[in-house]
Ligand binder design. Structure first.
Ligand code: HAM
Length: 411
């Protein structure tokens, strides 16, 4: 028997309904903040991702040659594609642009719970606003979106300048190596790398920086860093908003394009793969042939949010089985139509079963049966049976709809 590729998943209808419910909650929050949805191709020129996304992600990519000999990659993330699209399609649009997306990404990683080779991100990119309020807006939106899903999480906000100031004497490749250790929270590796570079004192400053929980402490360790005022403004806006977050100056982010503010969200009930959100301010547009526009964004790891929520979130549809005899068929079609127009999921028998077999099937698949025989067809009424209680009454179709709807509402 053929199986799905490693690191991918199939989703049955119950799971898809739960996923769509949560996806739409996120989309609704994005809409309220003015972020409009965009869509980019699943594969791009490989170069788009090798230019700035960092070595880690390049190693993890699905890369292939197409029949025309082009070097392509399945997208490992969507930020680079969105910025490419901005340059191709919307460079002259009034700024800032508020965009969001919900799409799948592909990374050739070792699969485990919460880590897949195909996974979905809900992300936003705010393009062309270079202010403290812009950075704060994106972080507040991230919190609003996670709140809407019902997940319990910790949001940590930091800034790369603190770390970069401590590492400023290292060459860029060495800086990247150190930041990769920090990103993976690999503190033994960090110490070994800095010892090998003959910079053991840096390990001490960096670990002290990681423990700072206020801006004041972090400034004391990292010195007077560039953009100090902007950082203070962003943090005071977050405080004014009343949102819940904590400062963390150890956030390094795995992707290379970040420039300043960075933030990550962690689900409280997940194990190793508990990072459910990552983002920050970045500059990519100039690399792809555009102006040097400032951007800020994040992506939520949708699958990890679903793992964190577990089975609890899903409110199922009320299901009505339209059960009819041959004589009742035409009236049943009419009744099914008006039930669906009223927003009620209604299913007719397609197997030419007898009334008893239809009811037996309905008891396994539906909450209510609408029974339509010759009597109902003549009177234009329906018999409504509650399949949980066995209670049954004959009603006109509108009253039956009201009865079914009230059941859904009080669940
Ligand atoms: P990222 O941190 O690489 O950032 O990914 C964002 C989120 O995607 C992670 O926090 C995690 O929840 C989820 N994720 C990553 N890899 C996997 C995987 N293999 N399986 C399941 N979930 C995964 C970005 O991708 C940036 N583009 C975010 C961004 C947008 N920055 C600015 N704008």
């Amino acid at each position: 028997m053929l199986q799905k590729p490693r690191g991918t998943r199939d989703f049955l209808p119950d799971e898809m309904e739960a996923r769509r419910t949560i996806e739409w909650r996120m989309r609704e929050v994005a809409r309220l903040w003015g972020y409009r949805e965009v869509c980019t191709p699943e594969f791009e020129d490989l170069e788009l991702f090798t230019m700035r996304s960092g070595e880690g992600i390049v190693e993890e990519m699905y890369v292939f040659l197409d029949k025309g000999g082009r070097n392509l990659a399945l997208r490992p993330e969507i930020t680079a594609s969105v910025i490419r699209m901005y340059i191709n399609e919307a460079k002259v649009a009034p700024k800032p642009l508020r965009w969001c997306y919900f799409a799948d990404c592909f990374r050739y990683e070792r699969p485990q719970k919460g880590r897949y080779r195909q996974f979905w991100q809900f992300g936003v990119e705010l393009i062309g606003a270079d202010t403290a309020l812009a950075d704060a807006e994106v972080i507040m939106l991230a919190a609003d979106m996670l709140n809407a899903t019902g997940v319990t999480y910790d949001l940590k906000v930091g800034h790369l300048s603190f770390m970069k100031n401590l590492l400023k004497d290292l060459e860029p490749p060495a800086q990247r190596r150190v930041m990769a250790h920090l990103d993976k929270k690999d503190y033994d590796g960090l110490k070994a790398t800095l010892d090998a570079m003959d910079k053991p004192e840096l390990a001490h400053s960096l670990t002290t920086l990681l423990e700072c929980r206020t801006l004041k402490e972090a400034f004391e360790i990292a010195g007077n860093i560039p953009g100090k005022e902007r950082i203070e403004q962003t943090i005071s806006l977050l405080d004014a908003s009343g949102m819940k977050y904590s400062l963390n100056f150890g956030i390094a982010r795995g992707l290379d394009y970040y420039t300043g503010t960075v933030f990550e969200g962690f689900a409280q009930n997940l194990g190793a793969e508990n990072q459910i959100l990552g983002g920050g301010t970045y500059r990519l547009a100039h690399l792809f042939g555009g102006d040097d526009v400032a951007s800020c964004g994040f992506a939520i790891g949708f699958d990890r949010v679903m793992v964190s929520l577990g089975e609890t979130q899903h409110k199922k549809d009320t299901v009505v089985a339209i059960v009819c005899t041959h004589e009742g068929r035409d009236h049943a079609l009419e009744v099914a139509r008006i039930f669906r127009e009223a927003g009620i999921r209604s299913e007719m028998d397609l197997m030419e079963r007898g009334l008893g077999a239809q009811l037996a099937h309905a008891s396994k698949t539906a909450d209510f049966a609408i029974v339509i025989g010759q009597r109902e067809a003549e009177s234009k009424n329906v018999t409504l049976r509650n399949l949980q209680t066995g209670e049954q009454k004959t009603l006109d179709p509108k009253s039956a709809i009201a009865e079914v709807a009230s059941h859904g509402a009080c669940r």
